[in-house]
Design a protein around this ligand. Structure first.
Ligand SMILES: NC(=O)c1ccc[n+]([C@@H]2O[C@H](COP(=O)([O-])OP(=O)(O)OC[C@H]3O[C@@H](n4cnc5c(N)ncnc54)[C@H](O)[C@@H]3O)[C@@H](O)[C@H]2O)c1
Length: 325
């Protein structure tokens, strides 16, 4: 907020899609950032290096390559006043089977280690990146934070476990934790496995575009610039205990996958070669956020409509496909 002195922030998962965008946003607003990431191989580490390129040139930014699973976390937190915990093993579909152990480690054990370390320093805020996937197939839409979370994927279970850990460290030790339940975040630097990046690349390169199920599933899409503004607001808003509250962060643009494909066809002036694939276990049918609480308590209001956001994705992916980025 204008006039406030900048904070000293730790961003975990700083080489990722949202973490790198968040770190740039914090620096642009006068904060200093210590970023940590261990370059997991969920997608190519070279993509993560590219995400860091601007940050590495920024005064006020320091990078530590380390894993939250074995780093000396109390040492990392020295002089930090706000923690933004965005490191995770993402992705719903890959969280079944034997890879669940990876999800449990990066999303649950790592979060608990960070919360333990947070007990050793006075923090202004501990912001945890949670997910709409904790809700599962909610009976009523738009979904409110009071809805009973019932994840339908192992990934969702680990993100909910992280939230519960934040809640219990808040209650037991006063950690000023806040969870943000993000609804499908998209934008430039989006993870290569996410629908929009895959769709745009397929259309631009005349490749088959895989759509799971009938494509009538809907998502509340949140542009990444709105997502990172919400995170900084959550760290700086004048909140009071009890800590451990969760807020829905949605973009207010709820559309079907089929509608997205049509929009992209219009934007790129090309036809998609749709390849229908069976619906995937763990994919919810609809998501739609009630963001009343985030509006009232964090001053959150999404600024980007779907068309402007999608245009930014098309421009970004076009540059990647053309090899100019
Ligand atoms: N992208 C979305 O739509 C979305 C939606 C809801 C919630 N989220 C949450 O937001 C956060 C960021 O997601 P993203 O899409 O940017 O993912 P991402 O994979 O691009 O970024 C996560 C980063 O965390 C790092 N990481 C993982 N485990 C680590 C560990 N033990 N130590 C250090 N670094 C580690 C990875 O290397 C990666 O760079 C995650 O917590 C995710 O669950 C994302």
């Amino acid at each position: 907020m204008t006039g406030d002195p900048g904070g000293h922030c730790l961003v975990t998962g700083v080489a990722g899609f949202i973490g790198s965008t968040l770190a740039e946003h914090l620096l642009a607003n006068g904060d200093t950032v210590l970023g940590v990431d261990c370059f997991t191989d969920y997608y190519p580490p070279a993509v993560k290096e590219r995400n860091l390129a601007t940050l590495r040139r920024s005064p006020g930014f320091t990078f530590r390559e380390a894993s939250l699973l074995d780093a000396d976390l109390p040492a990392l937190l020295t002089n930090v006043d706000s923690v933004f915990h965005f490191a995770a093993q993402p992705g719903v579909r890959k969280s079944w089977g034997t890879t669940f152990a990876t999800y449990a480690a990066h999303n649950v054990v790592a979060t608990q280690r960070l919360l333990e370390a947070a007990r050793t320093v006075p923090l202004r805020r501990f912001v945890y990146a949670s997910s709409s996937s904790i809700y599962g197939d909610a009976a009523e839409l738009p979904v409110r934070e009071t809805t009973l979370p019932r994840p339908i994927s192992p990934y969702g279970v680990t993100k909910l476990a992280g939230e519960h850990l934040c809640g219990l460290y808040a209650r037991s030790f006063g950690i000023p934790a806040v969870s943000l339940r993000y609804f499908t975040v998209y934008g430039p630097r989006q993870r290569p496995d996410m629908a929009f990046s895959r769709f745009v690349r397929a259309i631009l390169q005349d490749e088959a575009l895989p759509v799971y199920g009938d494509g009538e599933q809907t998502r509340d899409f949140t542009f990444v610039a709105d997502a990172v503004r919400a995170a900084r607001s959550a760290a700086r808003a004048n909140l009071s205990p009890p800590w451990g509250r969760a807020y829905n962060i949605g973009g207010g643009s709820r559309v079907s996958i089929n509608a997205i494909v049509r929009l992209l066809e219009t934007m790129t002036k090309k036809s998609a070669r749709i390849k229908r694939l069976p619906a995937q276990a763990g994919d919810v049918q609809h998501t739609y956020a009630d963001t009343t609480a985030a509006q009232a308590e964090l001053g959150y209001r999404p600024e980007y409509g779907l068309e402007a956001g999608l245009r930014a994705v098309v421009d970004w992916e076009s540059a990647l496909v053309a090899g100019v980025r």
